[in-house]
Design a protein around this ligand. Structure first.
Ligand code: SF4
Length: 146
């Protein structure tokens, strides 16, 4: 199974923010630069994460992005499900629906495989993702001067 780029960007942002210490509230642009992605794409992911309650944006001087308590403790399985939506791994419906779609064992097996994929991520939290060696590498990517 392959995650959308949108989900990948959102997870990168969440990981970067999970290692932020006191007074380290990077902007969306800084997170994007640290992660090597366009700021416009990162902004869409940040907006979605705000709606999910995973992060907050503080305005004004010294403002920036911060992970919420929910964001730190969030299950990666829950987060990926929310970001990926209800889509199946194959396009059985759509403009040219597959003639087997009403009685297809492959479709059922793929749905079960998709659920197994998400279930494997359920016990993993965002904070788990930034344990060593990932966390120290993320801290080294910070682009904020000084
Ligand atoms: S063969 Fe089955 S899984 Fe593949 S597109 Fe058709 S209905 Fe979907």
């Amino acid at each position: 199974m392959r995650l959308t780029r949108f989900t990948d960007l959102a997870l990168r942002a969440v990981m970067r923010l999970a290692v932020s210490g006191e007074g380290d509230s990077p902007t969306t642009r800084e997170v994007a630069e640290a992660m090597g992605v366009p700021a416009t794409h990162m902004a869409k992911a940040v907006t979605r994460l705000q709606h999910l309650g995973v992060l907050e944006a503080r305005r004004g001087r010294g403002g920036g992005l911060e992970l919420t308590r929910l964001g730190h403790q969030a299950s990666v399985g829950w987060l990926v499900r929310e970001l990926e939506g209800d889509g199946e791994v194959v396009a059985c419906e759509g403009e040219t629906p597959c003639p087997l779609r009403g009685a297809c064992r492959l479709r059922r097996a793929l749905r079960e495989a998709q659920e197994a994929f998400y279930s494997a991520l359920d016990p993993v939290t965002v904070d788990d993702l930034v344990a060593s060696p990932t966390g120290p590498v993320l801290l080294g990517l910070s682009t904020r001067p000084g």
